[in-house]
Design a protein around this ligand. Structure first.
Ligand code: PLP
Length: 486
């Protein structure tokens, strides 16, 4: 006997409610976007509020109306940072373009299994074409380059690191145990996490010094590689950054490449471009990234400076065959989706860690098709202008020190006068950031550079005005002066 009567009635009710619910979500999304400037930037649930929310996690036995659950969800979501707020400058903000709502909805509505060509030939062909185009933009060789869409920069870095390990050290653990890796003091933490996942100990990782521009110091790099070789170790990988998180510095990739390839055997160069690689689409600054062409592998996040919602990054390889050598597996239950092996009709489950994967590239494709490259280029260029505005305004004011000048959307600075210890000035800068957050003026968080607390602004929101940016500086200055006078 078919017992689904209750379920089928419920399904019908849900189906009939989907259009109006989607409309209401879209309405509130658009309304929120239009008043984004006045929304609270940072809301963190209190201990008691979090306990209340936690108690709402467990589902009930009975079904509930979509409307009721949606209202509840909106309440829960109000406890978050608006990462897409024009005055949120922390970490790498996420100034998602409103179009992504539609791209995401479209992808969710089709939900292809983009692990295999068999299941997702249309979206996989787009992902292949996009990856090829992005790799070409980076200057990687068109006839060999390839890659795949992954969930973000950490995964893209992991794919690059694993490929490097497998190509350079092979499968034997004895050999892997002798391998040494070169990162800089400014390399993103996802690299050390990735190396740990891959079985490397911290003892195998060398943190190369940075110069005054927070770029890898190539003399220290060369010296350290030499020392390791003399000690019988196997240097095999250098990780360069194209847009560090702290200061958006680009390491001297060309020099690093020369050093890497002069070794016997040559070292692999992985470039972390999770943040910076999007500048390849800038109309006026793409030349800054001319040395990306030297990468053996690189990461690139579309959910950072390509305005996508979270969960969209790219791993690009100079030689796509290396991906298959690291990730391809087979099983009897996937035999009907067998890999053609020709890279024109790929099974992406053989290119990276995931079997089941969404066609993430379709969201990016949707946005780029609708917006066009001119608009995207301008949106990226605006980030340069915003950070430069901050630096220019601060330079007009007494007491502010630019610790790292405006580079690719990021600038770091510190208020420091006389009559207090450096530690007290550290504390004051942290307080300035905290007060501006509390008063909803801006969320410019702090970081440490050369051991000192600095305020860091990552300003990449295409809807943030130059005048608005000047106002942010004015309010930081006002708060700093008030605190300094106490
Ligand atoms: C330079 C850099 N690399 C890697 C990552 C990690 O990327 P994701 O957070 O997408 O995993 C970040 C994140 O901010 C980053 O700034």
């Amino acid at each position: 006997m078919d017992n689904r009567r209750g379920y089928l009635d419920l399904l019908e009710e849900i189906l009939s409610n989907i259009p109006s619910t989607a409309q209401s979500i879209a309405n509130s999304f658009v309304a929120e976007h239009r008043r984004l400037e006045s929304c609270p930037i940072v809301t963190i649930a209190s201990y008691d509020e979090a306990a209340l929310i936690r108690s709402q996690a467990k589902p009930q036995m009975d079904s509930r109306s979509i409307k009721e659950v949606l209202e509840q969800a909106n309440g829960i979501f109000s406890n978050r940072i608006f990462n897409n707020h024009p005055r949120f400058f922390g970490f790498i903000p996420s100034p998602t373009h409103p179009l992504t709502l539609l791209g995401d909805l479209l992808l969710a509505s089709k939900n292809p299994h983009a692990g295999s060509w068999f299941q997702s030939s249309g979206p996989s062909a787009i992902e292949t074409g996009l990856i090829r185009w992005l790799a070409e933009l980076a200057g990687l060789p068109a006839d060999t380059a390839g890659g795949l869409f992954v969930s973000g920069g950490s995964m893209a870095n992991l794919v690059g690191l694993q490929t490097a390990r497998d190509q350079m050290l092979g499968e034997e653990w004895e050999q892997r145990a002798r391998g040494t890796i070169y990162v800089s003091q400014q390399t993103h933490s996802s690299i050390s996490k990735g190396l740990r996942i891959l079985g490397f100990s911290n003892k195998q990782v060398r943190k190369i010094k940075c110069d005054e521009n927070f770029q890898m110091d190539c003399s220290d790099l060369e010296r350290t590689i030499e020392q390791d070789k003399e000690a019988g170790l196997m240097p095999f990988l250098i990780v360069a950054s194209c847009g560090t998180t702290n200061t958006s510095s680009i390491d001297p990739i060309s020099n690093i490449h020369t050093i890497a390839k002069a070794q016997v055997p040559p070292l692999w160069v992985h470039v972390d471009g999770a943040f910076g690689a999007s500048v390849l689409l800038s109309k006026s600054h793409a030349h800054l990234l001319k040395d990306l062409k030297h990468a053996d592998s690189m990461s690139w996040d579309a959910h950072k400076w390509l305005f996508q919602t979270y969960g969209c990054g790219m791993a690009l390889l100079r030689d796509r065959r290396h991906l298959l050598q690291s990730f391809a597996t087979g099983a009897e239950y996937t035999r009907d989706a067998v890999d053609s092996g020709d890279f024109e009709s790929p099974n992406f489950w053989n290119f990276g860690p995931e079997l089941t994967r969404p066609a993430r590239g379709m969201r990016l494709w949707f946005s780029l098709q609708v917006l066009g490259l001119d608009a995207v280029g301008e949106m990226i260029d605006h980030g340069f202008l915003l950070a430069e505005t901050v630096e220019g305004e601060l330079r007009k004011l007494d007491g502010w020190k630019i610790v790292s000048n405006a580079k690719m959307g990021i600038v770091c600075f510190r208020y420091e006068g006389t009559g207090k210890s450096v530690e007290e000035w550290d504390e004051l800068n942290a307080k300035v950031s905290g007060i501006c957050i509390r008063e909803n003026k801006s969320a410019a968080l702090t970081t440490k550079l050369d051991g000192r607390t600095v305020i860091r602004i990552c300003a990449i929101h295409p809807e943030m005005s130059v005048e608005g940016m000047k106002e942010v500086v004015r309010s930081l200055d006002e708060v700093a002066r008030e605190l300094a006078a106490i």
